[in-house]
Design a protein around this ligand. Structure first.
Ligand code: BTN
Length: 118
């Protein structure tokens, strides 16, 4: 039909911490390929791109970053889950560190992503 898809490939999104989600492509099944640049203060692995994998299902979205690239490894993974509504992607996230032993070690938070004009 002619209805526009909420979340498109080749789009970029910035959150309240200045981090950016770059969606490079979304395949016909809804699988996302992209990269993420973390700019949130108080965290490692800032300012270089990390691969993103995930899914969109209509307005629902989930995506994951393993914080390891050629520049820096942070021994951790973050997954965001959320939805597109009213022009923004609202998410809850969890960050887990390699060798965690207690669920209290899973750090949780919220990020809201606004579109970056390109
Ligand atoms: C780490 O410090 O272990 C890796 C970087 C984590 C950055 C987190 S992911 C959730 C939150 N949203 C961001 O954009 N950055 C922080």
């Amino acid at each position: 039909d002619t209805q526009q898809q909420a979340i498109q490939g080749l789009s970029a999104w910035v959150n309240q911490s200045g981090s950016t989600l770059h969606i490079d492509s979304i395949d016909p099944a809804g699988q996302i390929t992209g990269h993420y640049i973390n700019r949130a203060q108080g965290y490692g692995c800032q300012n270089t791109p990390y691969p993103v994998t995930g899914w969109v299902y209509g307005t629902a979205i989930t995506f994951t970053v393993k914080w390891e690239n050629a520049t820096e490894a942070c021994n951790s993974i973050t997954s965001w889950t959320g939805f597109y509504y009213d022009g923004v992607i609202t998410t809850l996230w969890q960050l887990v560190v390699n060798k965690s032993k207690n669920k209290k070690q899973i750090i949780q938070g919220q990020d809201v992503f606004k579109p970056v004009k390109q």
